[in-house]
Design a protein around this ligand. Structure first.
Ligand code: ZN
Length: 303
């Protein structure tokens, strides 16, 4: 199947504003979304910065987004997954401390979810702030030392140069305009402060394998991003486009890393569809380590 170059007038890359792109296929549309969204969307890769996005651009109303983000978004975690997530957060926080010029006083978790990052920040003596569209915090993350704001970051109006450290894991790929978000984060960050960004790597070996499977089935579905299916990723990053997003702001990348939680099948309940799929794909996980094409990317950015 040859890749189609998109007509110059038709697209604008949300990251770099370039007008040329390559269609990688059609996005999958969930049954929930099928009734109220248009069906002519494509997944496009920008020919300049490599960012993946949906064309035509998504312009859902707040109500339509709410219909997509229902309670089914937060899947049940296994004990192994929960423990692993806390170990990952602790390792990232150690790096953030080392990279930050200032002693960390004010910490913000954007898209704080269940609040595990907020809890770990309190343990380190940081003033812990969290923001998320809806409050899904576990009870331990609801104590008096934690400041929580429901809603969107731009509406929170935090003061200029307030935070020493901002943590944003699995958020950027959900945003229609990631650059404006990064600019807002830059505004509220102190000079010398540090930002953590974690995103899926759309050019992972796992996605390449999916592309082969889709082609064998004869589907024209794109293996990149999932705009209308949980987890509703509307943009997709790789090792080129994540630095491209950072370059639109006053942040400098101090570390960019490709990684994965090895043996991902342990994240899922035994016998679930995902468990068997990831167990079956274990050789792909191992090969991805060798090829440095693992399924996540993380960046540490300094102001
Ligand atoms: Zn671009």
């Amino acid at each position: 199947m040859s890749k189609t170059t998109v007509n110059e007038q038709n697209i604008t890359c949300p990251l770099c504003k370039n007008n040329r792109g390559i269609i990688t296929g059609k996005p999958e549309i969930s049954t929930a979304a099928y009734q109220f969204i248009r069906h002519d969307y494509s997944v496009v890769q920008c020919a300049n910065c490599g960012y993946y996005f949906v064309n035509p651009p998504i312009d859902f109303t707040g109500e339509e987004w709410q219909q997509l983000y229902n309670s089914s978004y937060f899947a049940e975690m296994t004990k192994w997954h929960q423990k692993q997530r806390i170990i990952d957060i602790q390792a990232r926080f150690t790096k953030l401390k080392n990279y930050c010029t200032n002693d960390i006083k004010n910490f913000l978790d954007v898209g704080c979810g269940e609040g595990w990052g907020l809890i770990e920040a309190v343990k380190l003596g940081w003033n812990s702030y969290g923001i998320d569209i809806s409050d899904n915090r576990v009870n331990e993350a609801k104590n008096g030392n934690i400041n929580f704001t429901p809603g969107n970051l731009p509406d929170a109006c935090y003061p200029d140069s307030f935070f020493d450290c901002i943590y944003m894991d699995s958020v950027l790929e959900h945003l229609i305009d990631p650059v404006s978000y990064l600019k807002e984060i830059n505004r509220i960050m102190k000079r010398g402060g540090i930002l953590y960004l974690g995103v899926p790597n759309e050019d992972s070996l796992f996605n390449n394998v999916k592309r082969i499977l889709y082609r064998l089935k004869g589907d024209k579905i794109s293996e990149k991003i999932k705009p209308f299916e949980t987890p509703y990723h509307v943009g997709g990053f790789n090792q080129t486009s994540l630095p491209a997003a950072a370059s639109k702001t006053d942040f400098k990348i101090v570390e960019l890393r490709n990684f994965a939680a090895h043996f991902e099948f342990r994240k899922y309940t035994i016998n679930s569809k995902n468990f068997w799929m990831h167990l079956f794909l274990l050789p792909v996980d191992i090969l991805a380590i060798l090829l440095r094409k693992e399924i996540y990317l993380e960046a540490y950015l300094k102001k």
